[in-house]
Design a protein around this ligand. Structure first.
Ligand SMILES: O=C(O)[C@@H]1CCC=N1
Length: 285
């Protein structure tokens, strides 16, 4: 659905522009909590008071919702229906497998109106299904990374939607909207890559710690330096492919080049990562 078909006079839109902005959350998982933390911080940074933003949370995940209550005055509701009664803009963070059951629960209670605006944070569930399940509410799909709570990460969005941008952009470094759902779906694998890279750092850390004389904290510092350096080089040379930067360091005959040779190629680790991405992407679409 094109964003231009969203009437700008919807109650939800007006609400997002008049304090306090009420944001409901159904399913307060790790990622949803991180986004809320970033949003609260972003709003303060934009000069708004913490009372300009109200979070209305679904009942489960008590540790998280208590923490959000304590930190930001988030309201904890007794039911999902109560969250939808309290807020027209709702972030949906439940697991993809639970979405249909949640929609049924809300439909049976007639909790959703056409003024509700749902931002669903889930991989592998199409917009067409979401719109059908959660009708008559409007639905968009969003995703972000865990580092959003550290002032990093992008918000990815499908389809483009001014209200979602308006509401969530204070939380993130940038908003990236996709015109094609398959592209949005594939972009979520970049968020997965983030976790895989952390797991890879763990494997490297485990190895460096086996070297006599290198302490755990030293190994961690060494690896963090390398990750920062890689990022700095990519940022400083935006038009240079990262593979070329790698070859510039790993000139023939260097130890770096020998490692590049082993990790590249058909049986190397890089190809394996591409195979994993291929496999997951074909399951997502
Ligand atoms: O791993 C997942 O299922 C979700 C999608 C992108 C990040 N987390």
């Amino acid at each position: 659905m094109a964003s231009s078909s969203y009437p700008s006079t919807s109650t939800c839109h007006r609400e997002s522009r008049q304090p306090p902005t009420r944001l409901g959350v159904l399913g307060v998982g790790e990622l949803a909590e991180s986004l809320l933390v970033a949003l609260a911080r972003g709003c303060l940074r934009d000069g708004r008071s913490r009372h300009d933003l109200e979070f209305h949370l679904s009942p489960r995940n008590d540790v998280r919702s208590h923490r959000l209550g304590w930190r930001f005055g988030a309201v904890r509701h007794a039911s999902n229906v109560a969250v939808c009664e309290a807020s027209l803009c709702v972030l949906v963070g439940v697991r993809p497998q639970q979405l249909e059951a949640l929609a049924m629960e809300l439909r049976e209670s007639r909790a959703l109106s056409k003024d509700h605006h749902l931002m669903v944070m889930a991989a592998g569930v199409s917009l067409a299904n979401l719109q059908r399940w959660f009708a008559p509410a409007r639905v968009v799909r969003v995703m972000t990374g865990l580092a959003v709570s550290e002032g990093q990460s992008a918000l990815t969005l499908y389809p483009e939607d001014p209200l979602t941008r308006d509401l969530l952009s204070p939380a993130v470094r940038q908003v990236i909207a996709f015109e094609e759902e398959a592209a949005f779906e594939a972009s979520m694998l970049a968020v997965c890559v983030n976790a895989w890279q952390l797991a890879q750092q763990q494997a490297l850390l485990d190895w460096f710690q086996t070297v006599p004389g290198i302490t755990g904290p030293q190994a961690r510092q060494l690896l963090m330096t390398q990750m920062r350096d890689a990022l700095a080089l990519m940022e400083a040379h935006p038009d240079t492919p990262p593979g070329e930067l790698a070859s510039r360091i790993g000139t023939p005959g260097t130890w770096t080049a020998r490692g590049l040779e082993q990790l590249g190629g058909k049986d190397g680790a890089h190809h394996r990562w591409q195979q994993v991405l291929d496999g997951l992407r074909s399951e997502l679409n």
